[in-house]
Design a protein around this ligand. Structure first.
Ligand SMILES: NC(=O)c1ccc[n+]([C@@H]2O[C@H](COP(=O)([O-])OP(=O)(O)OC[C@H]3O[C@@H](n4cnc5c(N)ncnc54)[C@H](OP(=O)(O)O)[C@@H]3O)[C@@H](O)[C@H]2O)c1
Length: 315
C-alpha cells in the first residue's frame, strides 16, 4: 500500500481557505527523478494566483486534488532509476516541474534531477526555498531575454519584491548600473541590495527620475509596463514578467519588448547556486509560516502588507 504524507491540497479553486492540510499519497521517484524530503517551500505570487484559479490554474483544469507550489529545499530521500547526479542525504533546492504541477507544499516531492542543485552550504533551507523560481526568473529576464551587458543602465520595476530584490543583485554582479523602483519604506532596502539609485514611486514618477536606460525589467503589472517603454533608449530592450507589453508601441519606439515565463533550466540554477555560495546573491525571507498554515501565508501574501523579499513555508 502506498505510504502517506502530509501535504497542502486544494479540491477546488478559491480563497486561501481552499488550502487543506491533510494526508496525501507520498510520491515515488520515477526514472531520472529524486525524492526530496522537503524542509521548506517558497511562496511566489503564481502560487496564490493558481490557487484562485488563474496563474497556472487554466492549464490544470479540474485535476483535483492538487498540491500547489513549486519552490523547494530539502534532503534527497531516495533516487529513481538512472538518477545518478545526487545521493541520498544530499541537501538540494530547486523549482519543481514549472509550469506543470510542482506539488511543493508537501513533506515529499519527486522531481526530475535536472531541476534541483546542491543547496549552497552557506544558506539554510528556509533561505534556499526562497530562491529558485524568483532567481531563475531574474536570470532569464536579464540575460536570456534582456541580453544585459556590462556597463548598461537597467531599470528594475518592483526592485524590493521576490524577483526584483534578486534581479538588482544579479544585474550589479553583471556590471550594470542599476536603478530600482519601490515604495518609500523600501528605499533603504533597495540601496542595501546594491542599486545605484532607488526611486520612490509613491512620490516621484519614474519617468522624471531615471533618464534613459538600455533595459527595463518589469516586475509590476498595470499601466507601469507600457509607461516604462518611454524610458528605454532606441535600440534598447524591455522584458516583462508581469503582463505583455504593447508590441506596436515598442516597435514604433525602436525597442525590443518581450514577456517571459520562467523555466527550470539546469545550467541557470547552477549559476545561481554558485553566486549564492560565493556570497554574491542573498535573499531576504521576511516571513515564515508553518506548512499547516499555508492558508494564512497566502492570505498574508495577497494582502500585500509585506512587499519585501520572500515568504517561505517551513515543513
Ligand atoms: N513570468 C514569469 O515567469 C514570472 C515569474 C515570477 C514572477 N512573476 C510575476 O511577476 C510579478 C512580481 O513577482 P514577485 O515575486 O517579485 O512579486 P512580489 O514579491 O509581490 O513583489 C512585487 C513588488 O512590486 C512592488 N511594487 C508594487 N507596485 C509598484 C510600483 N508601482 N512601482 C514599483 N514597485 C512596485 C512591491 O514593492 P513596494 O512595497 O515597494 O511597492 C513588491 O515588492 C508577479 O505578478 C508575479 O506573478 C512572473
Amino acid at each position: 500500500m502506498a505510504e502517506n504524507m502530509k501535504a497542502v491540497r486544494i479540491h477546488d479553486y478559491g480563497d486561501p481557505n481552499v488550502l487543506v492540510y491533510e494526508d496525501a499519497p507520498r510520491p515515488v521517484a520515477q526514472a531520472g527523478e529524486v525524492l526530496v524530503k522537503v524542509a521548506a517551500a517558497g511562496i511566489n505570487p503564481v502560487d496564490w494566483k493558481t490557487r484562485a484559479g488563474s496563474g497556472m490554474g487554466g492549464r490544470y483544469g479540474n485535476a483535483f486534488p492538487l498540491i500547489v507550489g513549486w519552490d523547494i529545499s530539502g534532503v534527497v530521500e531516495a533516487v529513481g532509476e538512472g538518477a545518478t547526479a545526487f545521493k541520498v542525504g544530499d541537501a538540494v533546492f530547486g523549482m519543481a516541474r514549472f509550469p506543470d504541477v510542482g506539488a511543493a507544499y508537501a513533506e515529499y516531492v519527486a522531481v526530475p534531477q535536472s531541476e534541483v542543485a546542491l543547496k549552497p552550504a552557506n544558506i539554510d533551507h528556509l533561505q534556499a526555498a526562497a530562491f529558485p523560481l524568483a532567481a531563475l526568473t531574474a536570470w532569464q529576464a536579464l540575460f536570456e531575454a534582456g541580453h544585459l551587458q556590462r556597463g548598461e543602465r537597467v531599470l528594475v520595476q518592483g526592485a524590493a519584491g521576490g524577483v526584483g530584490h534578486l534581479a538588482v543583485q544579479i544585474a550589479k554582479w553583471a556590471g550594470a548600473y542599476v536603478i530600482g523602483t519601490g515604495s518609500t519604506a523600501n528605499m533603504d532596502f533597495i540601496h542595501e541590495l546594491g542599486a545605484d539609485e532607488a526611486v520612490d514611486y509613491s512620490t516621484t514618477p519614474f519617468e522624471e527620475a531615471v533618464g534613459s536606460v538600455d533595459l527595463v525589467l518589469n516586475c509590476v503589472g498595470g499601466d507601469l509596463l507600457n509607461r516604462s517603454l518611454a524610458v528605454v533608449k532606441q535600440g534598447g530592450r524591455l522584458v516583462s514578467i508581469a503582463g505583455k507589453p504593447d508590441a506596436a508601441e515598442a516597435e514604433e519606439r525602436g525597442i525590443t519588448a518581450t514577456s517571459i515565463l520562467v523555466s527550470p533550466v539546469e545550467s541557470h540554477l547552477h549559476e545561481i547556486a554558485r553566486l549564492i555560495a560565493n556570497g554574491e546573491l542573498k535573499t531576504t525571507v521576511s516571513h515564515v509560516f508553518p506548512l499547516a498554515e499555508s492558508n494564512h501565508a497566502h492570505a498574508f501574501a495577497e494582502s500585500r502588507t509585506l512587499r519585501r523579499g520572500k515568504i517561505v513555508l517551513e515543513v
